[in-house]
Design a protein around this ligand. Structure first.
Ligand SMILES: NC(=O)c1ccc[n+]([C@@H]2O[C@H](COP(=O)([O-])OP(=O)(O)OC[C@H]3O[C@@H](n4cnc5c(N)ncnc54)[C@H](O)[C@@H]3O)[C@@H](O)[C@H]2O)c1
Length: 300
């Protein structure tokens, strides 16, 4: 998609951080932009800062299927058919999996994974039916590749978004709808304040918020990459229909180390019974996957 001008974009979590950077960049490209966010005060502030008639705000909790569909209807009534979707809203929770409760799982999965699923389920049928192509960018993280003990549930959601996005990219390529995966490192954003927007219903089994740690996190995020820098890299990737958007080049060597470790984990076991038949089947699968990847790159 070389030219984004005139298209309508829907940006979840668009009132702060990366989402606000995306909204600004999309407006500069001549798009109409719906900012969908759970924080009304941030939406109001964002609209004031953007000061652009082509931007609207919609209050939305992405974890709600019905609310997502209603927000999509509102955006399309006011701005026209959405053909650029940015599933970007996200929260973090720094706590190990073994110390997490079902409420913790429901909260983080609800926003970071189901929020993206809801975006896909809501908008993909509309985009397909209209046949005018489009592009979807799902915000994951370097945490879609790199695991640590603390962001356990967060890691789980971002790995899931990565797998979902890659599969979706192949199934939507024939429809002229591109899919990209944004994998940022540290960003100058407001995500450290995620506890503020945890729903009451999911607070039952939560650990008390460690305000000192949250303050420290806030300080660290001040050194994150500027959302406008990330947004410019996203727009460039959308225009080129690239899948992986690694906004932070400093992660390249670490990622290479992870992939080397994975490859080194393979063992040259002796052939088991069924090996030849199985690998015969796998050869066909490999060929069809390679074809899907080539088609998604526009080489099919
Ligand atoms: N901040 C980082 O260092 C970093 C690094 C890698 C990936 N990310 C990812 O980037 C994305 C954007 O986060 P950010 O860093 O810009 O944080 P941010 O907190 O500045 O912005 C996220 C926005 O999402 C909104 N939001 C949260 N829950 C929501 C919900 N249920 N429904 C609708 N809106 C909701 C928030 O109100 C906020 O405006 C997230 O998916 C995050 O996981 C962030």
């Amino acid at each position: 998609m070389k030219d984004l001008a005139g298209r309508t974009a829907f940006v979840t979590g668009g009132a702060n951080g990366i989402g606000l950077g995306l909204a600004r960049a999309l407006l500069a490209e001549g798009c109409k932009v719906a900012i969908a966010d759970i924080r009304q005060d941030s939406i109001d502030e964002a609209l004031k800062v953007l000061d652009n008639q082509q931007a609207i705000g919609i209050r939305l909790d992405v974890a709600s299927r019905d609310a997502f569909a209603a927000a999509a209807d509102e955006a399309e009534d006011r701005l026209g058919p959405v053909s650029l979707l940015f599933n970007n809203a996200g929260i973090n929770l720094f706590q190990t999996i073994d110390e997490s409760s079902y409420d913790d799982w429901d909260w983080v999965l609800g926003v970071n994974l189901h929020g993206v699923i809801n975006g896909i389920q809501t908008f993909v049928p509309r985009m397909k039916e209209r046949g005018e192509g489009g592009h979807i960018v799902n915000t994951a993280s370097m945490a879609a590749f790199l695991c640590g003990p603390l962001p356990g549930i967060y890691n789980t959601t971002k790995f899931a978004v990565r797998g979902m996005s890659e599969s979706l990219r192949y199934s939507l390529a024939p429809q002229g709808i591109g899919v990209s995966l944004l994998c940022p490192g540290l960003v100058k954003s407001y995500i450290y304040a995620s506890d503020d927007i945890r729903p009451e219903a999911l607070k039952g089994e939560m650990k008390p918020v460690n305000t000192e740690f949250v303050e420290q996190l806030g300080g660290v995020h001040q050194f994150g990459m500027e959302p406008d820098v990330i947004a410019a890299r996203v727009i460039e990737a959308v225009k080129a229909n690239r899948f992986y958007i690694f906004s932070h080049p400093e992660f390249k060597d670490e990622l290479k180390g992870v992939f080397d470790e994975i490859i080194e984990a393979f063992r040259d076991y002796p052939k088991d019974p069924g090996y030849d038949q199985r690998t015969g089947f796998e050869a066909g699968r490999r060929e069809s996957y390679a074809k899907a990847r080539a088609e998604a790159r526009g080489e099919g």
